[in-house]
Design a protein around this ligand. Structure first.
Ligand SMILES: [Zn+2]
Length: 481
């Protein structure tokens, strides 16, 4: 398989360190607010990567972190701890806050058919003490590993201590900014007014490994004993400690958003070298952002951008959103607007209606069409070219292969796409109420006589009754919303 490795700045062949077995770390959410829809795009992308590797027969060891301490606002060292700030705002214990928002992560994963890091369907009501078994690692459960990794860096001479914190000294590395090739001099610390700066800090790019519970953080609620005093870990060390303690000092793939290319990931890499004397990650893979999100955002209250519920309340099916996300490569900025979602919905429903037609024609168990399967795998191997993979499906549907073979093969592909196609296709045909059918016919008549306003009105009425009317080449289909 080929993926774009940010370190090499090109698409490369990926080979696991262990024959037949990939290890993957997904930079996960900081659990203090309902995930932004852009994060969900990332987790759909990495879900597809995981599913694709499994589909091709690899074993995959994967974890995803849940950051529940130490992630500062604006990602700076001396900001406010995001989880604690939210806890204060809501008048709750930080643990309750993180549990509450972990629950929303589970809900969103389940809704979007994103598998757990271990590869199972997510039960949003799962017992939170079982998170680790499903591959989710909580920073607060890894304090011992964090401390022992910092000790190694200290022994190796990569750290220095001030009255406020223990820092990683970035000048000890020749290639700290390997991701961007920016020199250390060019790197500026983004100082915001409320952010204090430690006068003893030597270089603006140095970053906190352990924050002491003094000064501004005197009353920090989450804190632990350490060789550097009572305090709490910095954000970057959490990822290094969790990834390497579970996956090993060297592992294969580390994912994250492109916003982590300039600070978080160089810091993770620096820590790995500081502790182990070598980098840990073979391939750094980054996803791009969503654009146009404001078009979808409904609730202005949260101030944190659109989340999944915005699009759902506009009447989109979670699988419309998933279809949109899987059909655009992870490295491409994706337009997330009503228009693009409508496009995805039409494409998905048209696929389902074609598959339904095949389903009606198929009588017996089908076989997998191996030639098409190979083409599908070739598209996956090509840097996860899912739009190409969807093209293989269209080509197969148009072919004169047996309907049951086409269906069986599409269902097999859906192990990667995760669009619940079998369920959607074989869903019992609903009894559509007479009234809805009448409206549908009236709409077609209105449209045929070019009375488009009337046609739109009829469509709205159908929508209001809880149904979607989808135009197809041969007429229309009606689906329950
Ligand atoms: Zn991370």
């Amino acid at each position: 398989m080929k993926l774009y490795n940010t370190l090499d700045k090109k698409v490369v062949d990926i080979k696991p360190l262990k024959e037949g077995r990939f290890s993957i770390y997904n930079c996960g959410p900081t659990v203090y607010f309902r995930m932004h829809i852009g994060n969900i795009r990332a987790y759909v992308d990495w879900d597809v990567l995981y599913r694709a590797l499994k589909y091709m027969g690899y074993e995959v060891d994967r974890i995803m972190n849940l950051t529940d301490v130490g992630h500062m606002t604006a990602d700076e060292d001396f900001g406010e701890d995001k989880v604690e700030t939210q806890a204060q705002k809501e008048g709750k214990d930080p643990l309750n806050i993180s549990n509450e928002y972990i629950r929303t992560v589970l809900e969103d994963f389940s809704t979007m058919n994103i598998l757990s890091p271990k590869g199972n369907k997510v039960d949003p009501n799962m017992d939170l003490s079982k998170l680790e078994e499903e591959g989710w690692t909580r920073a607060t459960s890894y304090i011992d590993q964090i401390i022992s990794m910092i000790k190694k860096m200290k022994e190796n001479g990569y750290t220095y201590e001030t009255k406020q914190a223990l820092y990683f000294d970035v000048t000890k590395l020749d290639d700290y900014n390997i991701f961007t090739n920016q020199s250390l001099e060019e790197k500026q610390e983004g100082v915001r007014e409320e952010v204090g700066v430690d006068p003893e800090k030597k270089h603006p790019a140095d970053f906190v490994l352990w924050m002491k519970r003094v000064g501004k953080y005197e009353n920090h609620m989450m804190h632990w004993e350490s060789p550097w005093g009572d305090g709490f870990p910095g954000w970057h060390i959490e990822c290094s400690a969790m990834s390497t303690s579970v996956l090993g000092e060297k592992f294969d793939i580390h994912t994250g958003g492109i916003d982590h290319i300039s600070v978080h990931h160089p810091n993770e890499r620096a820590q790995n070298i500081g502790a182990f004397g070598h980098p840990s990650v073979q391939y750094w893979v980054h996803n791009d952002f969503l654009t146009g999100v404001e078009d979808i955002k409904i609730s202005k209250s949260s101030g944190k951008g659109a989340n999944l519920s915005d699009a759902l309340s506009l009447g989109f099916d979670p699988m419309d959103i998933r279809y949109l996300f899987v059909s655009v490569n992870y490295r491409v900025q994706l337009k997330y607007t009503k228009e693009s979602l409508e496009g995805a919905r039409n494409a998905r429903l048209s696929l389902i209606s074609k598959l339904k037609a095949l389903y009606k024609q198929s009588s017996e168990e089908g076989n997998i069409l191996e030639d098409y399967k190979q083409k599908f795998i070739d598209e996956l191997n090509n840097n996860l070219n899912i739009s190409g993979a969807l093209g293989v499906i269209s080509e197969m549907i148009k072919s004169d292969e047996k309907p049951q073979d086409i269906l069986t093969t599409v269902y097999d592909f859906d192990r990667v796409l995760g669009l619940n196609l079998k369920e959607e296709v074989e869903k019992k045909e609903l009894d559509i109420p007479e009234e809805v059918l009448k409206l549908a016919n009236e709409r077609i008549e209105a449209r045929n006589s070019k009375n488009y306003e009337e046609a739109d009105r009829k469509r709205d009425e159908i929508e209001n009754m809880g149904y979607h009317m989808i135009d197809t080449k041969d007429g229309y289909t009606i689906e329950k919303k």
